[in-house]
Design a protein around this ligand. Structure first.
Ligand code: 2HA
Ligand code: ZN
Length: 253
C-alpha cells in the first residue's frame, strides 16, 4: 500500500466517526495533515496563501476541501481532500493531487497552527476541527466560558480526562470562523494545550495523527456528556474528589 493510501484510509475512518457522532453537519469540520509525500505537481499552477508561512516552506499537506461534507470525505478521501505543496518562500501552494479541490475555509488557522508546531519542533502532524455538540452546548452557558472552570468540570467527570489531557483545553472566546483573529487566538491556546475550545462553534485538536486528534475530543465530549446528563435529570454531578484526581495523576498507563 502506498503511503497516500494509508493516509486516505485513516482519513476515511476518522471522517466517518465524526459524521456518525453528529459532529459534522453539512460541511462542518475540517482537518490537515503534514505528510512526507512528494510527487509530480498536477496543475503546475500556484495559488497565493493569505500570508507567508516561512516555517512551512516546501512542506506537503493533505487538507479537507472547502464545502466538502465529512460523510463524502469518508466515502472518497481522494475526491474531497487536496494534497498541496507550499513553495520555498512559504507564500504560495501548488496542488499535487489529482482532484483540484480548494482547501478548507479554516486554512489560515490550520497553517498558523502547523507553523507554531514547526517552530517548537514537536511531533504533532495532524490538526482537526469539529463541531462537537456537547462541547458547543456548554460554551453557550456564560459560567463555562471560563477556562479553569471548564477544565475542572472535565477532569472531575471522568478518570480518563486527567490521565490523557492533564493540561486541559484552552478556551478561545468567539471570533469569526476563517478569520486571522481566530487563527491567532487558537495558536496561543494550542501552545499550552492539545485542544482549543471555540466558544459557540467547536473545537480544534492537535496530535501526531488524525486518530489521536479524534481520541482527544472524544474523551472531553464524553466527560461533558456525563455532566449534561446529570444536569438533565435535575442534579449537578458530584464529580471526582481532589484526592481521587491527585491519585489518578500518578497512575502509569
Ligand atoms: O469547514 O467548520 O468552521 C467548515 C467549518 C468552518
Ligand atoms: Zn467550524
Amino acid at each position: 500500500m502506498s503511503s497516500l493510501t494509508v493516509v486516505y484510509n485513516e482519513i476515511s475512518e476518522v471522517a466517518g466517526l465524526l459524521h456518525k457522532n453528529g459532529w459534522a453537519e453539512k460541511n462542518a469540520g475540517n482537518f490537515s495533515i503534514l505528510v512526507d509525500l512528494d510527487f509530480e505537481i498536477n496543475s503546475g499552477k500556484h495559488y497565493p496563501l493569505p500570508k507567508p508561512y516561512t516555517e512551512l516552506a516546501n512542506k506537503v499537506f493533505i487538507v479537507t476541501g472547502k464545502g466538502k461534507r465529512m460523510r463524502d470525505i469518508a466515502r472518497s478521501p481522494a475526491e474531497n481532500t487536496v494534497v498541496f505543496k507550499i513553495n520555498s518562500k512559504g507564500d504560495m501552494y501548488s496542488i499535487l493531487s489529482v482532484a483540484l479541490v480548494t482547501p478548507t475555509s479554516e486554512l489560515p488557522t490550520h497553517l498558523a497552527i502547523h507553523s507554531m508546531i514547526a517552530q517548537r519542533s514537536s511531533n504533532e502532524r495532524a490538526v482537526m476541527h469539529s463541531h462537537v455538540t456537547e462541547l458547543i452546548a456548554l460554551t453557550h452557558i456564560e459560567k463555562y466560558c471560563d477556562q479553569d472552570r471548564f477544565n475542572n468540570m472535565l477532569w472531575q467527570m471522568h478518570p480518563e480526562t486527567i490521565m490523557f489531557i492533564p493540561t486541559g483545553v484552552g478556551f478561545v472566546p468567539f471570533e469569526l470562523p476563517g478569520s486571522s483573529e481566530i487563527a491567532t487566538a487558537t495558536v496561543e491556546a494550542l501552545k499550552y494545550h492539545s485542544i482549543a475550545l471555540w466558544e459557540k462553534h467547536g473545537v480544534f485538536s492537535i496530535a501526531s495523527n488524525l486518530n489521536d486528534c479524534y481520541d482527544l475530543i472524544d474523551i472531553i465530549a464524553k466527560a461533558t456528556k456525563i455532566y449534561l446528563m446529570c444536569a438533565a435529570v435535575g442534579t449537578l454531578p458530584q464529580g471526582l474528589s481532589t484526592n481521587q484526581l491527585d491519585q489518578l495523576k500518578d497512575i502509569e498507563f
